[in-house]
Ligand binder design. Sequence first.
Ligand SMILES: [Zn+2]
Length: 96
Amino acid sequence: MIAFVVRHMACDACGEAYAEDNVCVVLHTDEQLVLEACCEACHAQQVITAYDRPPYEQLHREEPVVPVIVTQDDVEGWSAFLAGFTGDVYDLLAQS
Ligand SMILES: [Zn+2]
């Protein structure tokens, strides 16, 4: 990973390439690797976080939501409800 940073990344501040001696690992877990790079030219520090997998793959997967089919009864029911409804949309959400 350090080699990757040295080869492919440059200082955010001045664009100088990093040397291997200027990049060190500050945290290494199963899923995450955090590197710190210090620019030799301008001494700006940059923290680089790398993941084993893209972070979105680690998100909790929800069961897909299956949309409920709206029937004619639903429409008529809502129509009757709304005909007698006097509040605003907040009141509506509070009641549903
Ligand atoms: Zn720099």
